[in-house]
Design a protein around this ligand. Structure first.
Ligand code: AKG
Ligand code: FE2
Length: 228
């Protein structure tokens, strides 16, 4: 992986999201998407409409994660932890994240957050994902990654990844994030610091996906805390 982490940090600070271009190649994307029907890889399936989460479905991977996914989660964590720790300091919060993902998972597991959170999402025509936050217990690693596995304009149309930023006593701001197949977006799970004229304040973030107009859209979600 050759990722320009300084640019990622700058974009996250400025806009609340950053794109990692071509994190996965077309072959890897197709392999993850094709695995959706392989029951052995997953611990559970969620039909979004049943919970009011939107329309479409997703499956949480089981441990052990597929080797490539486990490696990706481990490799993406350390540079994200550096950004997360800088944000913690900016917000005057005490918690610091360990340098390695194993260290952070040990904390989650000791607190009873034992279940893996990486997930594979599948959307068809008319499907969408309501604005939400992926919180699964007290331990929340503040950044997460989603990889678009399908080809926009070829496999599907519509289905834009969107983020909203709710600012205290101000109107909300929205970002739509254009992604190509294999591109990933890094974004805050629940909050982020913003540098304002009167100092640093905290904004509340949510993410979702607009309605898929046609075709099939798959995404790989990488969340760094485990679930209770
Ligand atoms: O399908 C998407 O782009 C959004 C996925 C999502 O909500 C997540 O990865 O947490
Ligand atoms: Fe999500």
């Amino acid at each position: 992986m050759s990722i320009d982490w300084d640019r990622v940090a700058d974009d996250l600070d400025a806009f609340g999201c950053a794109v990692l271009p071509s994190l996965l190649d077309a072959e890897q994307c197709a392999a993850y998407a094709a695995g959706y029907g392989d029951d052995a890889q997953f611990r559970s399936r969620v039909v979004m409409e049943r919970h009011g989460f939107g329309r479409g479905e997703y499956r949480y991977y089981a441990y052990p994660l597929p080797p490539g996914l486990a490696d990706l989660r481990t490799a993406l964590y350390p540079p994200l932890a550096r950004i997360a720790n800088r944000w913690q300091a900016a917000l005057g919060l005490e918690e610091r994240y360990p340098d390695a993902h194993a260290g952070y998972l040990a904390r989650c597991h000791a607190a009873g957050q034992l279940r893996p959170t990486p997930l594979l999402l599948q959307y068809g025509p008319g499907d969408y994902n309501c604005l939400h936050q992926d919180l699964y217990g007290d331990f929340v690693f503040p950044l997460q990654v989603a990889v678009l596995l399908s080809r926009p304009g070829v496999d599907f149309s519509g289905g834009e990844f969107v983020l909203t930023e709710q600012r205290p006593r101000m109107q909300s701001r929205v970002e739509a994030v254009p992604l190509g197949q294999g591109d990933a977006v890094v974004f805050p799970v629940h909050t982020r610091p913003v540098n304002g004229t009167r100092g640093i304040y905290r904004v509340n973030m949510r993410h979702g996906v607009s309605r898929v107009r046609s075709g099939q859209r798959h995404t790989l979600g990488i969340i760094f805390h485990d679930a209770s």
